[in-house]
Structures are given as structure tokens and as C-alpha cells.
Design a protein around this ligand. Structure first.
Ligand code: XMP
Length: 449
């Protein structure tokens, strides 16, 4: 294992990514990590860049043991400067070999990791499956029970599949139908996860409850809060019911919670942000009430998104699931500007289905990072079948991005847009115009709310 110590550079996670590409396992930890507290000995250490200068008064400093445990050390930018003020010999560069634009950057990192540190190239996804299943079994034991929310997206599906492989029906997946999911979402998830993969999944239809709680609400933040809180209530009720069922059949109570947390979330919560920064909690962990007292299991916590997709493929999942665009927890509710009602959801859902169908037909789905149709609350005049109409507008959004932090709008061929627009206007009642959102992020965001 190679240890990367993070001084807060925006590129730190890319060092990890590059090393994984050579098949070498590595871990990124904050620069404040005490070497004596590691449970393993690294084969080599890389020190990341930083927004600080080593001359700053509050510049982050390393545990001096980094330089005395007798393994090669390589500094990148700030890391190099940190070596300069601490030891010689060491390896270092005053630029960022981890970014793709650096000529031969990858080779520099490879030479350090493979030739100098002699790290083993044994990080492979096929091995990951076996190791992770063994790890889960060791944690959960022979009788333990696990619950987890499943959304129909790739992360939670892959996590659920691994859990099912490890402990079978002692994993209880819960899918909450919040009434603002896409067309056929629950049915599709059931087909894939239950019928095809055999996962023990309970679909809780709480759509009326969600829509009831959303009635009359137009403020975006309030919508998000209501959906988040209702989700927690429903999930906890379902979890309690499963727990009681387990107790009635003489099984152990539910003790563990499965989460599909990915490595970028872990990095986000552990990476070094300077002395004043608060550490962010995983966004998909927060929320569940303290009294649930469940222990977390996160099988994907070491993986990047593309690695999860590779894993999904190895686990036999359909391309359709593996390559799905991300879908936000608050679903279509944040794609309907204004009040969310059953009829508005129907319109947005139908338009979105047509839009995605045409994108797939045009062979563009994988080039686009995320696409959806939103429903605008304004009306305009139109004409359909010789009759005047006064109906709503659909706003199409499609973006290209690698990290979802910044994004560009997707340059659709005109004929594809034309087909989509014509189908939506003809097939979706209540809509007589379609507009395409040509805003990048920033200043816009990917979602409309
Ligand atoms: P924005 O709109 O912030 O979106 O540019 C960036 C990415 O995050 C997703 N997103 C969410 N995902 N819960 C989620 O699970 C949310 O509340 C949420 N809000 C935005 C969005 O779909 C995009 O991929």
C-alpha cells in the first residue's frame, strides 16, 4: 500500500486515482496522520500539494516519523517544499504529475510507485469482490442482519448485490417509493434487483404520504427538507418492522446499516481543509436519527464511480443500470418548479421518459453525464389541432461533466432536439412548448432547484 498524505490540494484525489490505475492499492489520509497510529506499514509515501505556503505561520506540518520509517518519500509541490525543510534524500517535483495535462506525469508517479517503492500491482476489481465479501462476513457474523436503502441507482444496487452475495437474505433492502421517481422506476428496480439478482427487497409505497407532505409547498429548500424528513420517517418505520419480524422468527436483531458511500465522499470528509475548516459528514449518512444506533457498513468506500461501474459489470448487472445517469434523492420534485402535485409529476415524468428514450435512440446517453426534463410553472399560448391552447413549458437539461462540480451544456445535434420537442408537444398533455437550457455550471447548477 502507498500512503498519500493530503495537505489539501484540489488534486489530491487524482494522485490516488492514478496509482489505482497501475493496479496498486493506496490510501489517502490527512497530513496530520500519526504514522505510529497506522495499522499497516506503507511501501512508500507521497505528500500532496497544498493551498498553503510552507512559510505560512499556520502551515500544516507532518508527523516527523514520515521521514524516519525508512520508506521512499515523494513530495509534490507543497509536499516537495515540506521535504526540503525536513530531510534529503527524497523524491520531488514542483508541478502536478497527477493531472492529465502534465506530460509524462503518469510515468513519473508509476516510476516512483513501482520501481522505487516496489509496490505490488495486485489491486484488481475481481480480487476486490472476494476480499470485500470476506470483510462483510467477518463484520456481520453468522447471524447478523443488515438493512439498507436501495434507490435503483448504480451505487446502492452494487452495494446491495455485494451484501446479498455475502449474507444472502439476512440483507434487507428497502426501496422507498416517494412518488417523485421516474417513469416505471420501482418496477424496473424490482425486475433487476429482485427477479434477476435475487435481492431481498421491500418496496414501500409511500407516494401519497410524500405528495401529501409536499402539498402547497413551492420553496425549493423546503421541498428538499420535507422529502428528506419523510424519507427518514418511512425508512425507519420499515426498518423497525423488519427488526420486529426478525425477532419474531428468532433471528438476531438488525444491527447494521448498508450505505453506498463512494471514495470521493470519504475523501471529502477526511481530506485536510486547514485548521479552521469543519469536517463535512458524508452527505448520504447524515439524517438517520441517533436512536437507530446502527453500525455502518460501506463496501464501496474505497471506490471511484467508474470503478463501481466496472464492479457492477463484473457482478453481471445490465448496462442500463450500470450506466444510469445520477438521479437526486428529491427526484422529480426539484424538477417541477412550483407546487408538486400528482398531475404535475405525471407531466414531468412523461416528458422525461420521452427525452431519455430519444437520447438513447440517438446513441448519446453515455456522452451525457446527466439529462432530464423539468416542468416550468409558466403558461404560454399555442395551437394544437386548430385549437388555441394555453399550456405549460418543458425545459430540457443535459450536461457534460466529470465531477458534477462544474458542467457544460451538451451540444445536441439539431435534429435530435427537433424530434424530442415534437414528441413531447404531441404526446404530453398539458405542454405546448419545449425549451433547451443553455447555461453552464456555474453560474447555473445542474438541477433547477
Ligand atoms: P447541482 O444541482 O448542485 O447538482 O449542480 C450536482 C449533482 O448533485 C445531484 N443532486 C443531488 N443528489 N440529493 C442527491 O442525492 C440531492 O438533494 C441533490 N441535489 C443535487 C444532481 O442531480 C447532480 O448530479
Amino acid at each position: 500500500t502507498i500512503l498519500i498524505l493530503d495537505f489539501g490540494s484540489q488534486y489530491s484525489h487524482l494522485i490516488t486515482r492514478r496509482i489505482r490505475e497501475f493496479g496498486v492499492y493506496c490510501e489517502l489520509l490527512p497530513c496530520t496522520q500519526k504514522i505510529s497510529e497506522l495499522s499497516w506499514k506503507p511501501k512508500g509515501i507521497i505528500l500532496s500539494g497544498s493551498p498553503y505556503s510552507v512559510y505560512d505561520q499556520d502551515a500544516p506540518r507532518l508527523d516527523p516519523e514520515v521521514f524516519t520509517i525508512g520508506v521512499p518519500v515523494m513530495g509534490i509541490c507543497y509536499g516537495l517544499q515540506e521535504c526540503l525543510v525536513s530531510i534529503k534524500p527524497f523524491f520531488g517535483v514542483q508541478f502536478h504529475p497527477e493531472v492529465t495535462h502534465s506530460i509524462d506525469g503518469k510515468q513519473i508517479i508509476k516510476n516512483f510507485v513501482i520501481k522505487i517503492c516496489q509496490a505490488a500491482q495486485n489491486w484488481a476489481m475481481s480480487e476486490f469482490i472476494g476480499k470485500e465479501i470476506a470483510r462483510i462476513r467477518a463484520i456481520v457474523g453468522e447471524k447478523g442482519q443488515v438493512i439498507g436503502a436501495v434507490s435503483g441507482g448504480v451505487d446502492s444496487s452494487v452495494a446491495a448485490k455485494l451484501m446479498h452475495m455475502a449474507i444472502g437474505d439476512r440483507f434487507h433492502g428497502i426501496m422507498v417509493d416517494n412518488g417523485v421517481m421516474r417513469h416505471n422506476e420501482c418496477a424496473q428496480a424490482k425486475k433487476m434487483l429482485v427477479d434477476k439478482m435475487g435481492i431481498n427487497l421491500k418496496i414501500a409505497d409511500a407516494s401519497d404520504r410524500f405528495l401529501g407532505n409536499l402539498a402547497g409547498v413551492t420553496d425549493p429548500e423546503q421541498k428538499r427538507k420535507i422529502i428528506g424528513n419523510t424519507f427518514i420517517d418511512v425508512f425507519e418505520e420499515e426498518a423497525k418492522a423488519i427488526d420486529e419480524e426478525c425477532a419474531a422468527t428468532g433471528h438476531a436483531p438488525v444491527e447494521f446499516l448498508l450505505q453506498g458511500t463512494l471514495y470521493p465522499d470519504v475523501i471529502e470528509s477526511i481530506s485536510f481543509k486547514g485548521p479552521s475548516a469543519t469536517i463535512k459528514t458524508h452527505h448520504n449518512v447524515g439524517g438517520l436519527k441517533e436512536n437507530m444506533k446502527l453500525k455502518l457498513i460501506e463496501p464501496l468506500r474505497e471506490l471511484f464511480k467508474d470503478e463501481v461501474r466496472e464492479l457492477g459489470k463484473l457482478l453481471g448487472m445490465d448496462d442500463e443500470l450500470v450506466w444510469r445517469h445520477p438521479f437526486p434523492g428529491p427526484g422529480i420534485a426539484i424538477r417541477i418548479l412550483g407546487e408538486v402535485t400528482k398531475s404535475q409529476v405525471e407531466i414531468a415524468r412523461k416528458a422525461d421518459y420521452i427525452y431519455i428514450e430519444e437520447i438513447k435512440k440517438a446513441g448519446l446517453y453515455r456522452q451525457i453525464a446527466q439529462a432530464y426534463a423539468a416542468l416550468l410553472p409558466i403558461k404560454a399560448v399555442g395551437v394544437k389541432g386548430d385549437k388555441r391552447t394555453y399550456e405549460q413549458m418543458i425545459c430540457l437539461r443535459a450536461v457534460e461533466t466529470s465531477d458534477f462540480m462544474t458542467a457544460d451544456w451538451f451540444p445536441f445535434p439539431y435534429d435530435v432536439l427537433k424530434k424530442i420537442s415534437s414528441r413531447i408537444c404531441n404526446e404530453v398533455n398539458g405542454v405546448n412548448r419545449v425549451v433547451y437550457d443553455v447555461s453552464s455550471k456555474p453560474p447555473a447548477t445542474i438541477e433547477l432547484e
